[in-house]
Design a protein around this ligand. Structure first.
Ligand code: UDP
Ligand code: MG
Length: 281
């Protein structure tokens, strides 16, 4: 499945996929086109000495335990990948969830720059191109997409999300930017820092912020999902929020400690009252 490169690829594109074969069938050829364009010099790049580096690409599809025909789709499309592009399919043994799937992709990615993009085609490739030129042109380590508007999200969901981000915030140490998701491009430094974290329960949106580094945020509007449906429902988002809260906030722990302290203080005072009342009266 792989071609031989004497140097590490310029860009790794990680795509987690769970039962999104149909969407990937339409989207992967577009990603191929995007990757092929990396090897084509840009008009304004002619004098750029670094231009030769913008060549090779690896696309890492992480099959997160899909039960659909993803393997068939990837195998069929494999021969049409561009010359500068290696296509890797990582197949997880079961459905672990998007966070572990992204981590598995990160562990495999060899690129100087690493991009993460959904396999369902909702993350627009022109925005990825914009992220790439931003990280190439300035001294930043990561460009993260912020999903600007979600027209289909209910008021309740919006309020819950806002409260969640307020609750886990710890601005003195780092900022977990609301709606900054997994659609992002990062350099090797960030990749190595993320890889070194031993967390088993991984809340990626928190980890990106926790490792620090110079991050720039880019608002974007997600494309509609043409096929299939979102794998995240209220229950799984709630589970993810719990992972976020328990791994990124000491507030619940402190709250419970305070309550424990108050209850024991009250019990002590009441005990004292009973002793005094018995002795005196
Ligand atoms: N995904 C995954 N494992 C899961 C759920 C989702 O790898 O358990 C992938 C999915 O195939 C898609 C991306 O993560 O490429 C985002 O998922 P989805 O479209 O369901 O989420 P949404 O776009 O609604 O946030
Ligand atoms: Mg999606």
């Amino acid at each position: 499945m792989s071609q031989d490169y004497s140097y590490s690829p310029y860009l790794s594109i990680i795509m987690p996929a769970y039962n999104d074969a149909e969407a990937l069938q339409a989207f992967l050829p577009q990603v191929f086109e995007f990757a092929a364009a990396l090897a084509t010099p840009k008009a304004d790049d002619i004098t750029d000495n670094n231009n030769h580096k913008r060549l090779s690409c690896e696309i890492i599809i992480v099959d997160d335990g899909s039960s659909d025909h993803l393997l068939e789709v990837v195998t069929t499309l494999m021969p049409s990948r561009p010359n500068n592009t290696e296509l890797i399919l990582l197949r997880l043994s079961r459905n672990f969830g998007k966070e572990p799937a992204l981590s598995a992709g990160l562990a495999q990615a060899d690129g100087e720059l690493v991009a993460m993009i959904d396999a369902d085609g909702q993350h627009p490739l022109p925005v990825l191109a914009q992220m790439l030129s931003m990280i190439e042109q300035s001294n930043i380590d990561m460009v993260a997409g912020i999903q600007a508007n979600r027209p289909h999200e209910s008021k309740l969901a919006k309020t819950l999300k806002r409260s969640f981000y307020l609750f886990i915030q710890d601005r003195q140490r780092y900022e977990i930017r609301p709606n900054a998701g997994d659609f992002r491009v990062m350099n090797r430094k960030v990749v190595m820092a993320l890889r070194s974290l031993p967390e088993r329960q991984r809340f990626m949106k928190g980890l990106y912020a926790w490792v620090g580094f110079n991050t720039v945020y880019l608002p974007f509007t997600a494309d509609n999902r043409d096929t299939g449906e979102s794998k995240f429902n209220f229950g799984s988002l709630f589970e993810l929020a719990l992972v976020g809260i328990t791994s990124f906030s000491q507030k619940p722990l402190r709250l419970i400690s305070r309550m424990g302290f108050i209850v024991s203080a009250l019990a002590f005072l009441y005990g004292l009252y009973i002793v005094i009342e018995t002795l005196l009266f």
